[in-house]
Design a protein around this ligand. Structure first.
Ligand code: SAM
Length: 223
């Protein structure tokens, strides 16, 4: 994978055939086509996926929309997946969620945090834009990284606080670093270069017990 994370995608899902055409072209694997709301906990268990990547529909949260949040039918599939996770035997160890700015103030976000907390996940949340990584494109997005205990993040003090700059992770946590949006290149390199380390993907996570094939499985929903 481009991120350098050693992982194998065991399955991807999307209801849209055009989205699946694009995915297949890019990754050589055609996602499972259909409504993920029809999946059951035992369907998901079969994959024994180690990590889930979730990029659910953003229309319920976008500033350009009606902002109906969880009352918008397009939010239902994500909420269903959150509920299913609670009934699974082989829950993912890690979760990555991406969405538009606005998601972080929604009741769906509240539900996400409730479920993750009840399942003993440690989380870190960000609003990040490519601009922060030297790419001339302003596209701020919400990201949530979650790891199940006993896994934790390298910088425990910042857990459970939404960060608007990854720089805060590489500095000693204090209120000044959180509000500092000016990032010099040296610092950006510090936080961008070792993405694997930033996410905490070390030998511990991916290769424990010599079960590389099982441990490296990754599942990708909504692509
Ligand atoms: C925000 S987009 C993510 C697109 C993809 N991650 C990407 O980066 O290009 C949300 C995707 O969820 C899919 N989707 C929406 N509701 C779904 C459902 N109930 N079951 C499966 N896929 C669904 C849409 O077709 C859309 O492609």
């Amino acid at each position: 994978m481009a991120s350098g994370v050693p992982a194998e995608v065991v399955e991807a899902f999307d209801i849209n055939d055009v989205a699946n055409d694009v995915y297949e072209l890019n990754f050589g694997h055609r996602p499972c086509q259909g409504n993920i709301q029809t999946l059951t906990a035992s369907d998901l268990d079969k994959y024994k996926a180690h990590a889930w990547l979730l990029s659910p529909p953003c229309q319920p949260y976008t500033r350009q929309g009606l902002q109906k949040h969880s009352a918008d039918a397009r939010a239902f599939s994500f909420i269903k997946i959150l509920n299913l996770m609670q009934n699974m035997s082989y829950r993912p160890q890690m979760l990555f969620v991406e969405n538009v700015v606005g998601f972080e103030v929604s009741d769906t976000h509240d539900q996400l945090l409730e479920v993750l907390s009840s399942l003993k996940f440690n989380i870190q949340e960000f609003i990040l834009s490519p601009l922060q990584f030297g790419i001339p494109y302003s596209r701020p997005r919400y990201f949530c990284l979650a790891k199940r205990e006993p896994m934790c993040f390298q910088n425990p003090p910042v857990k459970n606080k939404l960060l608007r700059t990854p720089l805060a992770l590489s500095l000693t946590f204090n209120s000044t670093s959180l509000s500092n949006h000016d990032q010099d290149e040296e610092h950006l390199e510090l936080v961008c270069k070792p993405i694997k380390e930033f996410l905490g993907f070390g030998a511990v996570v991916w290769y424990t017990g010599g079960q590389k094939s099982q441990q490296s499985q990754k599942r990708n929903m909504y692509q």
